[in-house]
Design a protein around this ligand. Structure first.
Ligand code: UD1
Ligand code: CA
Length: 463
């Protein structure tokens, strides 16, 4: 098999997005557009992957280098003078290579690995010097149209801006995805003339030139009109987002997940959910979230980069980030589980409870109105309503350690650093500033004073 090399065009500004963010860094279901494209290319098993960057190149290259699953080489295109000019910038790194070059567009994130494999395999098995992926779509506006002669042979591609009224009616479009034999690619690229309203060098022009030189060209047409979709505007991004979301929801439902209302369920590409979990309307599962089997996630929940074991219940409007919720635990409604927290097996976090970097032990409970930060809470302990860990002294954060089987009365302040021993009791309303030994009772509050009939007196004589 000849060597395969991949090249991704991603230097353009994306003017039509009207955004300060480089186009290929717009986010789609938890990944940037360019990450989707690179992912789809991984099964091709290429020897090298080159990304052409230009507009805000360093910002894009930082995202790529920060992703450990991506290994690519960056080539800069100083001025964006067109897709052919962009590809030509790779000559110093690919000019002396042989084999096939697969060219992808950084703004076409729906391309699938099987379609790419089909394009490349057909190319490799044929005598073609170039292969292009096309698709027949209902709304071809904005795409380069595929021009064919009477025998159906491709004779070129005409861009929207340069097309005649008749050509604009053609519904077969260029995907911007190609496979080329490496030689004679770069030599021909140099000969592509400037064209169009912006005097750009168009990569699709190479097809016409190959045709004129009698170099064979293949066209592979995909049946899925979505796969080739390029994103040029915010509105196209939203349309593609809807497609990606529907596909993810379909995939999960096919594997036994109940999604009550797919239209309002937002699940990122990398999220996994096991069978018999029920997801109510208006739920967001983001990033690398993993959800076990038989969980129930109620409306308004947003779960980011977190792991839920089996049989977990997340009640309405809870936000959970970078945390672990163990089996049979129940969280919310209106709970906020902040990064670095673990909610233990069968434990319970109730309404208006915030956890941060806190491990709640097996069977422990914090049912109402609490802030628990930088704490470890032992198994089966009960944290009363309105408990607050005072973990911050204005400069540093301090730890609160509560053993198993502890009862913390309502309205307690735990001034960290502080340790409460196993089985201790804390009286309601205490402000605990010192460690409490195991099985002790701690009371730290003012004594109550009673003045008989004083209320009556005040009412009669307010002064
Ligand atoms: C391009 C094709 C069009 C095809 C469509 C599919 C050309 C001239 N037209 O049009 O036939 O139907 O894609 O989506 O190729 N880029 C660079 N450097 C440049 C210019 C562009 O790297 O100088 C990159 C862009 O970042 C983008 C890709 O090339 O990722 C395509 O460029 P874009 O301007 O979006 O081309 P389209 O007008 O969509
Ligand atoms: Ca485009």
């Amino acid at each position: 098999m000849p060597d395969r090399h991949i090249l991704i065009l991603a230097a353009g500004k994306g003017t039509r997005m009207r955004s300060s963010r480089p186009k290929v860094l717009h986010e789609l279901a938890g990944l940037t557009l360019i990450e989707h494209v690179i992912r789809a290319s991984i099964p091709l098993d290429a020897t090298t992957t080159t990304v052409i960057l230009g507009h805000q190149g360093p910002r894009v290259s930082q995202v790529l280098t920060n992703n450990p699953s991506i290994s690519c080489r960056i080539v800069h295109q100083e001025q964006q003078l067109g897709t052919a000019h962009a590809l030509l910038q790779a000559e110093p790194v690919l000019g002396n290579k042989s084999g096939t070059l697969i060219v992808l567009s950084g703004d076409a994130p729906l391309i699938s690995s099987p379609t790419l494999s089909a394009l490349v395999e057909t190319h490799e098995q044929s005598t073609a010097a170039a292969s292009v992926l096309s698709s027949v779509i209902e709304r071809p506006y904005g795409y380069g149209r595929v021009l064919r002669d009477k025998r159906g042979q491709l004779i070129g591609v005409v861009e929207e801006a340069d097309a005649s009224a008749v050509q604009r009616k053609i519904c077969e479009v260029n995907s911007g995805i190609y496979t080329f034999d490496l030689p004679p690619l770069f030599q021909t690229l140099k000969e592509i003339p400037e064209a169009g309203p912006k005097n750009e060098r168009y990569l699709p022009a190479i097809l016409q030139m190959y045709g004129q030189r009698k170099l064979p060209i293949n066209v592979t047409t995909t049946d899925d009109p979505h796969e080739i979709r390029g994103i040029n505007s915010q509105s196209e991004l939203a349309e593609v987002r809807t497609i990606v979301r529907q596909r993810k929801n379909e995939e999960l439902m096919a594997s036994g997940v109940t999604i009550e209302d797919p239209a309002t369920t937002y699940i990122d590409t990398d999220v996994t959910v096991e069978a018999d979990t029920v997801i109510h309307p208006g739920v967001f599962l983001e990033g690398r979230t993993r959800v076990g089997a038989r969980c129930e996630i109620h409306s308004g929940a947003r779960i980011i980069n977190s792991t839920l074991s089996d049989d977990v219940t997340i009640n309405n409007h809870s936000v959970i980030a970078d945390s672990v919720i163990k089996a049979k635990a129940r969280v919310g409604p209106f709970a906020h589980i902040r990064p670095g927290s673990t909610v233990g097996e069968s434990s319970r976090v109730g309404n208006f409870v915030e956890l941060k970097k806190t491990a709640l032990g097996t069977g422990a409970k914090a049912n109402h109105l609490s802030y628990i930060g930088d704490a470890v809470i032992g198994s089966n302990s009960n944290i009363g309503a309105g408990t607050i860990t005072c973990n911050y002294d204005g400069v540093n954060k301090h730890q609160t350690t509560i053993g198993p089987e502890v009862f913390v009365g309502s309205g307690t302040e735990l001034v960290a650093p502080v340790t409460i021993g196993r089985g201790a009791y804390i009286g309601a309303g205490s402000c605990i500033t010192e460690n409490v030994p195991a099985n002790a009772l701690a009371l730290a509050r003012g004594r109550q004073v009673i003045k008989e009939a004083r209320a009556t007196k005040i009412r009669k004589n307010p002064e």
